[in-house]
Design a binder for this molecule. Structure first.
Ligand code: DGY
Length: 331
């Protein structure tokens, strides 16, 4: 096919693996050449002529962006979360939005569990003692934290990643509580997890891991009131999206020891400024949104996102689509 007759694809940041080559088999591809987030004005300009968009969770794909991209017929994001994309507006335009579930489940669950252990067992304070030279004699009560094994874990959002965290918790001999929009009797049987309302879970759990997706109903789900329901020794892990937790309320809760510790893969704002009060708190362990950051997983995510876009450009259904209803209503 003539190059000009091929669909035009814009890639907002160069993905790993063979993703760009895969797209190149069916489209004429322009990939942002720099290793940083593309500015919204440059992206808008490029998207004006694009049939397909391959994007990252750092790109804002809102209604206005879509209005300025009249030819766009498919969006594929290299992430499972698509809260940066106005799904309703895309659906209304008949644009399928691809995402990358499954391939990142285990890696993200590893990170969440790692954060739980690091925060509850005070790894940050220990590490700081080592590097600043204040590591003194062994102390019977030095840097004692809270146990993970044999305690009760509360999982907020028992989707794929929540279930993978539950499987790890089984190995740690934990009792597992969960909350989600609708009760899942099948998973309860398979994993031995117990359903609780959010407030019951917060009051009963020794540690709480949040892995729910971000939408209007989960924005600040963990607010001042929710934090006050937790045990003063409890650890809160956020491996979802920053705005699911109210940052100001979290700073207060960690400062006043309303809760014991926090382990965060995501923050609000993100990136969090180095001089933000949350960063200074010794009982807060933060990593920079690296939940899915293993070499193998990032390559799989990149190629799954390419697979989605290729399918859409070939007028097939995307294998992993965040707004599958688009196929019922059509353009
Ligand atoms: C996702 O895919 O949504 C994750 O946040 C990336 O780590």
């Amino acid at each position: 096919m003539e190059k000009s007759a091929l669909p035009q694809v814009v890639v907002t940041r160069r993905p790993p693996g063979k993703a760009v080559e895969m797209l190149g088999e069916v489209a004429s591809v322009w990939a942002f050449p720099k290793n940083r987030v593309i500015s919204s004005s440059e992206l808008a300009d490029r998207a004006r002529r694009a049939d397909g968009l391959y994007c990252m969770l750092t790109d804002r794909i809102d209604r206005r962006f879509l209005e300025n991209a009249p030819r766009l017929r498919a969006i594929s994001q290299m992430a499972v979360g698509v809260d940066n994309i106005d799904l309703a507006a895309a659906t209304a335009r008949g644009i399928p939005v691809g995402n990358t579930p499954d391939v990142l489940t285990e890696t993200t669950a590893d990170t969440a569990f790692g954060l739980l252990i690091a925060a509850a067992r005070r790894f940050r304070e220990g590490y700081e003692e080592v590097v600043d030279g204040s590591w003194g004699e062994w102390d019977p009560m030095g840097l004692v934290g809270q146990d993970i094994s044999g305690t009760t874990l509360g999982i907020v959002g028992l989707g794929r990643i929540g279930q993978a965290i539950a499987r790890r918790a089984v190995g740690f001999g934990m009792r597992i509580l969960y909350t989600k929009r609708s009760r899942d009797h099948q998973v309860e049987k398979e994993l031995g997890v117990e359903y609780r309302t959010l407030s019951e879970l917060l009051g009963e759990a020794d540690h709480v891991v949040v892995v729910t997706s971000l939408h209007a109903g989960t924005h600040h789900l963990i607010d001042r009131e929710a934090l006050a329901m937790m045990k003063p020794t409890a650890t809160l892990v956020n491996a979802a999206r920053g705005p699911v937790v109210d940052t100001e309320a979290l700073v207060e809760a960690l400062t006043d020891r309303t809760i014991g510790a926090a382990g965060l893969d995501v923050t609000d704002p993100e990136p969090i400024p180095a001089d933000h009060p949350l960063v200074a708190l010794p009982n807060c362990f933060i990593v920079p949104h690296i939940g899915s950051a293993s070499v193998r997983t990032r390559i799989r995510m990149a190629e799954r996102a390419a697979q989605n876009l290729v399918a859409a450009l070939e007028n097939r259904k995307m294998p992993y689509c965040a707004n599958p209803e688009v196929y019922d209503i059509g353009p």
